[in-house]
Design a protein around this ligand. Structure first.
Ligand SMILES: [Zn+2]
Length: 351
């Protein structure tokens, strides 16, 4: 566990849950008696055939704190992420964390090097090397899992992966947009048949048009499910606070915008009325012979143009005010909708 420096600042190494760094030997892991039971429990549940999702729910129900919380307590790692958050965040396990624990050979007592490789010496991007190329040093520290349990769990994981791939539904179809260019993302498969989504503008027009933005199905699935579970938990704990939070980000700004819009709308409507009166008076003057033909047409054109401009302003500003109102309704509807679920265990297609 090498310590890391970022911008010259020391960052405490993130030690896998269940272990701590031996104070006498900086690079050696020793079992952390305070947290090792969590790792053992996760492997035991997995060995009994629990999937990552069911494991998450079990841990949350039993109020087992997540690794990030332990790290924040023990090493002061990112303590701010728990500040002002609902209590439930401490127990909010996600399937990525659990899957990573279940597949981390560190719990077998091995240290694995070269899992990650730099894309090139110039690039900061890292890519994952194929498993065959990893360098494995066995028995570098005390294992938390025995070989038998490990193999059993890996078997379960692999059979789950296969069955999921066979009937992977198109649950994200039409819902994904490229963050850079705004085009939609379309599904594609890698050589080994795992699904990912990439920018359609990039796939159609190459790197001149956009860059290779892509996301794997598994990562996206885990992230979306995790976010929904988080929001459901948060809404259940305090509905009003969440509604407030959803609205607040744009609220202040919108408040002054709304006031300005309403003022502008009123002014335009008032002037519109004045023009109507002017037209009526002009017509009367023309009839009475107080206004000659030439002046009458000139003024008509002038007022007609102003009238059209005002109509346009009234239309745009009214629509904007309507939208702002709809945004509040949307947030309310969303909070109502998510509350209809008692738990969110999987994502399914809308149709
Ligand atoms: Zn793009």
């Amino acid at each position: 566990m090498k310590a890391k420096f970022k911008n010259g600042e020391y960052i405490a190494p993130v030690v896998p849950i269940g272990y701590k760094i031996n104070p006498a030997e900086k690079n050696r892991l020793v079992v952390d008696e305070e947290t090792k039971w969590i790792v053992e429990k996760i492997f035991a549940l997995a060995a009994h055939g629990y999937g990552a999702n069911k494991i998450c729910r079990t841990l949350a129900a039993e109020k087992v704190p997540i690794p990030a919380w332990w790290a924040s307590q023990k090493n002061g790692y990112k303590t701010n992420i728990f500040e002002g958050q609902p209590e439930g965040k401490k127990y909010l396990w996600n399937i990525v964390t659990v899957s990573k624990i279940l597949q981390n050979e560190i719990y077998l007592g091995n240290t694995v090097h070269y899992q990650i490789q730099k894309l090139s010496y110039k690039s900061k991007k890292n890519i994952k090397r194929p498993k065959e190329d990893w360098m494995r040093i066995e028995n570098t520290h005390e294992p938390l899992v025995d070989r038998e349990t490990w193999d059993l769990v890996q078997g379960h994981i692999n059979s789950r992966k296969r069955s999921r791939k066979d009937d992977e539904p198109q649950i994200f179809a039409g819902l994904l947009k490229c963050g850079e260019c705004g085009w939609s993302l379309s599904a594609a498969n890698t050589k080994n048949k795992s699904r990912y989504y990439r920018c359609t503008q990039y796939s159609a027009h190459g790197k001149e048009a956009c860059s290779l933005h892509f996301i794997t199905y598994n990562l996206l699935y885990a992230f979306v499910l995790g976010r929904l579970q988080y929001w459901l938990m948060a809404v259940k704990e305090n509905e009003d606070a969440i509604l407030e939070r959803l609205l607040q980000s744009s609220k202040k700004q919108r408040k002054s915008e709304n006031a300005r819009d309403e003022k502008e709308l009123k002014k335009a409507q008032k002037r519109r009325q004045e023009l109507n009166n002017l037209f009526a008076k002009m017509y009367e003057d023309r009839v009475k012979g107080l206004l000659d033909e030439e002046n009458y047409s000139m003024l008509s054109v002038k007022y007609r143009t102003e009238q059209q401009q005002l109509d346009e302003i009234i239309k745009t500003v009214s629509a904007r005010l309507e939208d702002a109102k709809a945004e509040t309704d949307d947030a309310k509807q969303w909070v109502d909708l998510i509350q209809k679920y008692s738990a969110i265990d999987e994502l399914t297609a809308l149709f």
